[in-house]
Write a protein that binds this ligand. Sequence first.
Ligand code: HAM
Length: 417
Amino acid sequence: MAMEIQAPKGTKDMLPQDAYKWQYIESVFRDIAKTYGIREVRTPMFEHTDLFLRGVGDTTDIVQKEMYTFNDKGDRSITLKPEGTASVVRAFIENRLFNEAQPTKLYYITPAFRYENVQKGRLRQFHQCGLEVFGSKEPSMDAEVIAVAMDTLKKLGLKSLSLNINNLGCPNCRPKYNEALKKFLAENHDGLCDLCKTRFEKNPMRILDCKEKKCHEITKNAPIILDYMCEECDTHFTKVKEYLDMLEISYEIDPGIVRGLDYYTKTIFEILTSDFTVCGGGRYDKLIEELGGPDMPAVGFAIGIERLIMTLEKEGIEIPNENLFDLYIGARGEEGSKCAFKLASSLRTLGVKCETNHMGRSIKAEMKFANKLGAAFTTILGEDELTSKKVNLKRMSDGEIFEASLDNIEVIAKIVR
Ligand code: HAM
């Protein structure tokens, strides 16, 4: 036998028995997005590497360690998208969506790729449901974006969610904070990991997010940005909290969150379950301009779908699953099989989910199979049925029989659906 090939580490197949969970999550997210007037955007799976160097930031773990980057046959440096935001911003600028009435509200459901140390809830290809809103600097928009994430997670039935928020300041106040942070870190510079030593000059805030234990220890008592906010950031943060209070969304202020991407300004947030950060997001008022667009504010989030599914399973939350088939049509003899084949085809045009025998099974085996598939109704077409033009539709849940005419498939469809 030829050697079996396995999927690459950190990737997962979505199998048919789980597909309904993905479809349900996506439909809940899409439906909620609609209630906020958010429209879908799809961007390519890969982009020029430069987009992420400039967008995500060259001192982040994502850029320094985790990107799937390669040269294509035309010798261009290409990267599989490690997140959705930079691509959506690129598309917003490139397609001149900034010329339309603002705000622009876009959502996406996308795979993302990061070369991570694989562990529970940490994959190399994972999927995000995300949202980006461009054009509004109002704190009400930060709260609305958070509300979309909370609405989605709550609609799916998650109860024990914690929302943690922080404010990362802006180009006015961040430099002052960076100075204070550098002063603090300078005393422990030798104890930092090599990567953080390089981050010290360029982007000391990144050190706060380092996964290395020794860096984590050093930064425990570091100064916090909330003590260095300028008036504008302070007022913005106060208002975001007021709007969240209005929506009765409870939150904790966690000055320790800095997020793993460089583009954030002002509000940032994470939504945690007992095991994971399931959602992360925030405001990024400078990114559109930094990527060559106009000076326009933005805010968004992304939910990790795999982590979400793992949490739903852990919390025992059932995702509604439809019957695979409304009706299984068994057949006796060649004429019966032909009639079953034709009837299945006609019923499908009326939206009935049905199946018939393509495996040459005996009637007994067919009925066993129908039962296994969870068909809501079964019927058998044989000589008698063909002569009388009548079928018996058996409801599998209680065995009740419904008689219907083969000449009136609308009635059959109505009974079985
Ligand atoms: P992020 O925090 O890097 O933010 O990712 C968002 C979510 O994606 C995480 O909370 C997590 O649920 C999921 N996730 C991230 N990495 C992995 C992984 N390796 N395996 C499984 N799930 C993962 C962003 O990506 C930003 N673009 C969010 C954003 C949108 N900010 C503003 N707009």
